[in-house]
Design a protein around this ligand. Structure first.
Ligand code: NDP
Length: 419
């Protein structure tokens, strides 16, 4: 028996909500709240008569802490699932603290306005001290650790697939397969084809910011930063085949380096087709990826937000995307004094996802772990006061839940390694 408030009603939230509604014995009541209430109402209507979960909807601007506080006070949830954008992480965490409610999200904080001088001063100091220049990092949310501990509340950060399941895979490898882990390569392959020359699989603004940034990896206790897309490898993925993949900075590297301190190297690779890369480079070169507002015919516009309006809505890619995703982690390390390797991953089929929840696999592979993470918290299987990332939690019940709810693991004890 639980009441859950979901904030956000985009591609990922729609999957998470539909999956919650398949487990009504845990998610008894759900309030879907977002900036555009019409989207929440449409989803609630779609689910009417198909679930025992009691659904209500609300309008909220989650950039405004007071609005979130008012909503939490009136709905009285046991948990707030933030599936809006990373821009709202801190305001929603503040509201949860003010109201004494547990919190979770799927991506770590980054500011909407990267030109804000106050934020920029802290960011530039961090770039120098830590050695990576991504706009997002955990420091903002880790700063809430003590406040959540003192309040006896839990905040679970980044419970999608990557971040999220990839960290549960690391915790699982550490618990069951290795005494010590030497290297971790996280491989994110999307073998899906939507037929467009260019489109992004999740929020275009967040996605394009991430992939156009410099790459970086963790090695021997420090960050190594490289120009965007400077390291390329080929890999033959199970159920997908041979793909080009590129080294990116990714948020879970930062927490894994802290929580599995013996690891000598952690890298993250994502596959991209040539058409995607060519379009992205061109858009970047002409300034369309900029987040700095410009004046256009007397009106201020933000180029990347204008681009978002032109691109296909990621939620609309579902019916036209064919192929599979393959996301997982390859480990090297030692067990009982012997060297060993291990690969744990999931393969997900875009069309199967569409048949089940009318969504493509990127939203599916994020929304299902969000539901499973919420379930871990609501059933008390993950219950610790403080602010945590997924590798700090017991991976076993979470991976069992993923096996059952649509993202089963596969394992390989003799994988091809990435050079
Ligand atoms: P979408 O853009 O499809 O949806 C975002 C939703 O948040 C929309 O409903 C939007 O409302 C709402 N929203 C935005 N601003 C506010 C606000 N101020 N107040 C209330 N609601 C707001 O994004 P996705 O569903 O693709 O992504 C959701 C999250 O999942 C993002 O944080 C993304 O980074 C993360 N993600 C994580 C992954 C992982 O593996 N961990 C992978 C993919 C995504 P409106 O309809 O009005 O715009």
């Amino acid at each position: 028996m639980s009441r859950v408030l979901v904030i956000g009603c985009g591609g990922v939230a729609a999957v998470a909500i539909k999956k919650c509604c398949q487990v009504s014995e845990v998610f008894t009541e759900l309030c879907i709240a977002s900036r555009t209430k019409a989207k929440c109402d449409a989803l609630a209507q779609e689910l009417e008569g198909k679930t025992a979960t009691k659904i209500t909807t609300a309008q909220v601007d989650a950039d405004d802490v007071q609005q979130v506080i008012d909503l939490i006070k009136s709905y009285q949830p046991d948990l707030v699932m933030n599936i809006a954008l990373p821009y709202q992480d801190l305001t929603i965490m503040d509201a949860c603290l003010a109201c004494g409610v547990n919190y979770m999200d799927t991506a770590n904080y980054e500011p909407e306005d990267t030109d804000d001088p106050e934020w920029r001063a802290i960011y530039e100091k961090r770039c120098k001290e830590k050695g990576f220049s991504a706009y997002f990092d955990y420091s903002w949310q880790w700063a809430y650790k003590e406040k959540f501990e003192k309040a006896g509340l839990m905040a679970l950060l980044g419970c999608g697939f990557d971040p999220g399941v990839t960290q549960a895979y690391c915790a699982y490898a550490k618990k069951h397969e290795f005494d010590t882990i030497d290297t971790i390569d996280i491989l994110d392959c999307n073998g899906g084809d939507h037929g467009y020359a260019f489109a992004t699989n999740f929020n275009p603004e967040i996605n394009l910011r991430e992939v156009s940034a410099p790459g970086s990896y963790w090695e021997d206790g420090h960050w190594v930063e490289i120009p965007p897309m400077a390291i390329k490898r080929e890999y033959d993925f199970d159920s997908v085949g041979q793909k080009d993949m590129y080294l990116l900075h990714h948020e879970e590297i930062e927490s894994l380096a802290v929580n599995i301190p013996e690891v000598q190297r952690i890298r993250f690779f994502m596959t991209f087709g040539q058409s995607y890369l060519t379009h992205m480079k061109c858009l970047e070169n002409v300034g369309m990826l900029s987040t700095t507002p410009i004046m256009f015919e007397g009106k201020e516009i933000v180029p990347i937000q204008f681009l978002k309006a032109l691109l296909p809505d990621p939620a609309s890619l579902g019916p036209r995307t064919h192929g599979k995703t393959n996301i997982g982690c390859i480990f090297t390390g030692k067990k009982d004094g012997k060297d060993k390797t291990y690969y744990i991953y999931n393969v997900c089929d875009h069309q199967e996802c569409y048949k089940e929840v009318q969504s493509q696999a990127i939203s599916y592979t994020t929304g299902v772990p969000a539901m499973c993470g919420a379930m871990m918290m609501l059933t008390g299987q993950w219950n610790k006061a403080g602010v945590y990332t997924v590798e700090e939690m017991n991976p076993d019940p979470f991976l069992d839940a993923l096996d059952k709810h649509g993202l089963p693991r596969r394992e390989n004890h003799a994988p091809t390694l990435v050079d």
